[in-house]
Design a protein around this ligand. Structure first.
Ligand SMILES: C[S@@+](CC[C@H](N)C(=O)[O-])C[C@H]1O[C@@H](n2cnc3c(N)ncnc32)[C@H](O)[C@@H]1O
Length: 213
């Protein structure tokens, strides 16, 4: 999945993954992380998710990274926020407004801090098999000791459907986050997917709590 693929998706507004409201799974399961206002939150590959605003209403510092500047600009204009914009390199900008900072740039190269809490919805599962290990290594390097991740994945028969979104099953979550405490919080087979025009025998959305020990 090269970067051009995602730039094209945003340029053509093919963003079926975008939710028009706060993700109910975030609202339901975030309290299980025992979040405190002063815990800094990181959201990888955040798109223009409304979840950014929900988390910013509960935390002093929320940091997102999104490759597409179209998405980042849309997020701020759709919320009527006027961010300050700092150019960091020809391919990287930092957008800031109150508690929220969003880097428009590549997740793998943006200069990030470490965070107590991470929210991954449709980021790990946007990565093809060949990139997932590298994606998770970077994610775990950004997690403070004692930190927690709320992770939302999809599980379906991969041979019946092309990704993204890709299927990431129970075994793979446990392998990718080996050495961390993993709690399976929810499996929903009635989620309103697969994406338009695609079909699979089953299609389950799963929620995980990953904790560093
Ligand atoms: C499936 S979307 C999910 C967006 C968001 N998490 C949501 O729930 O709406 C995956 C996002 O990852 C972004 N992305 C893909 N590769 C990236 C990279 N290397 N760095 C930053 N963002 C990336 C895409 O532009 C896209 O917006």
């Amino acid at each position: 999945m090269d970067q051009e693929f995602w730039h094209r998706r945003w340029a053509e507004n093919r963003i079926g993954f975008h939710l028009s409201d706060t993700n109910p799974l975030l609202v339901k399961y975030w309290p299980l992380l025992n979040p405190k206002r002063e815990d800094a939150v990181f959201i990888p590959m955040c798109g223009k998710s409304i979840d950014l605003s929900w988390l910013a209403s509960k935390h002093n510092e929320v940091v997102g990274v999104e490759l597409s500047e179209i998405a980042v600009r849309a997020f701020f204009s759709e919320h009527l926020y006027t961010p300050t914009v700092t150019s960091m390199s020809p391919t990287m900008k930092l957008y800031q407004f109150d508690e929220l900072s969003i880097y428009a740039g590549d997740y793998f190269t943006v200069p990030l801090d470490t965070y107590s809490l991470i929210y991954d919805r449709a980021a790990l599962i946007a990565m093809p098999d060949s990139m997932r290990q590298k994606y998770v290594e970077r994610l775990l390097s950004l997690l403070k000791p004692g930190g927690k991740i709320l992770l939302v994945t999809l599980h379906y028969p991969q041979e019946q459907m092309d990704g993204p979104p890709f299927s990431v099953d129970d075994d793979e979550v446990r392998r990718l986050f080996d050495g961390y405490q993993i709690t399976h919080l929810n499996r929903d087979e009635d989620s309103d997917r697969p994406p338009k025009g695609k079909a699979a025998d089953f299609f389950a959305e799963e929620v995980w709590l990953i904790e560093s020990e």
